[in-house]
Design a protein. Structure first.
Length: 294
């Protein structure tokens, strides 16, 4: 039997202590994929990625499932993935992809390859003065400041021209600054889930009233989206721009510009939540794609 390791972390694993507010998504993923894996003769083993290497004995392939604290332990995470690969374990997605994808500057590579991206300024530090300068550059009244190494909108700031932070404020991390696009609150964010390079399902993610963040931690809600051929093609083009072999799984997040153009927000290939509730065939698709890799 082939053994598949699903990498989680201390705050997503049941019974490991206080869990994250979105840890229920880990439970939904496991419930979605476990029956399909059993049917495909794949033994699913859920492992804390920080466990000793001995915990991975007998594992043939690891999925970077809900390792949602990696951004705060970036170097240790990459070191562990390298160690697993050196033991002959297939790492999905591979360490090379993770290194590239872990820092949001990968979006510059996608833009250079022709992808339509949100205008972005890259800064090692952001001050109140720098935020105002970004608004002037983008000719807008609101900007979003994100960590270059981050996930789940943690630490993210929405700043407006009329309520800038104090003069001595600093963001505290290498950052990316982008104009706030009203589509996030009006239409929502479109996510396209790819398994083995093929589109599995799509969904529309909307923020809670009065917010702009679409993650469940902040009250975001999701619904099934039937993509048009043009939307599916736009997402597929982003996936094709990635300078690596086809990943086992990827989530392409896109937002519509004021002229209707779909812009890529993220190409999540490390440990993206794959929204099994909106993709009832996710488990079977993953099982088939994994069988082709082991």
């Amino acid at each position: 039997m082939t053994t598949i390791g699903f990498l989680a972390c201390e705050t997503t694993l049941p019974g490991a202590g206080e869990r994250r507010g979105d840890a229920f998504e880990h439970d939904l993923m496991i419930r979605a994929i476990e029956p399909a894996f059993v049917a495909a003769d794949l033994d699913l083993r859920i492992i804390d990625w920080e466990a000793e290497l001995a915990a991975f004995d007998g594992v043939d392939l690891v999925m970077l499932g809900t390792a949602w604290n990696y951004q705060d332990k970036h170097d240790a995470f990459l070191t562990k993935l390298d160690a697993l690969a050196e033991r002959g374990i297939a790492v999905c997605n591979c360490p090379e992809i993770v290194r590239w994808n872990a820092t949001k500057t990968y979006l510059r590579d996608l833009a250079e390859a022709g992808a339509q991206t949100i205008p972005t300024l890259w800064r090692e530090e952001v001050t109140a003065k720098g935020a105002l300068e970004a608004m002037e550059t983008f000719d807008c009244d609101r900007i979003v400041v994100k960590r270059q190494v981050g996930a789940g909108a943690l630490g993210q700031e929405l700043l407006s021209r009329g309520s800038l932070p104090d003069r001595d404020w600093t963001f505290g991390h290498p950052a990316m600054l982008q104009p706030f696009l009203p589509a996030i609150a009006e239409e929502g964010e479109l996510s396209f889930i790819f398994i083995g390079g093929e589109l599995s399902h799509a969904l529309l993610k909307r923020p809670a009233d009065g917010d702009y963040r679409i993650q469940s931690l902040y009250g975001g809600r999701e619904s099934v989206h039937q993509p048009s051929p043009e939307e599916a093609a736009a997402a597929s083009t982003i996936l094709a721009s990635i300078p690596f072999e086809t990943p086992l799984y990827a989530r392409i997040d896109m937002l519509r510009d004021t002229d209707g153009t779909l812009l890529v927000m993220e190409a999540e290939m490390i440990e993206p939540y794959l929204y099994p509730e909106q993709g009832p065939e996710l488990g079977e698709r993953l099982a088939r794609a994994i069988a082709e890799r082991v």
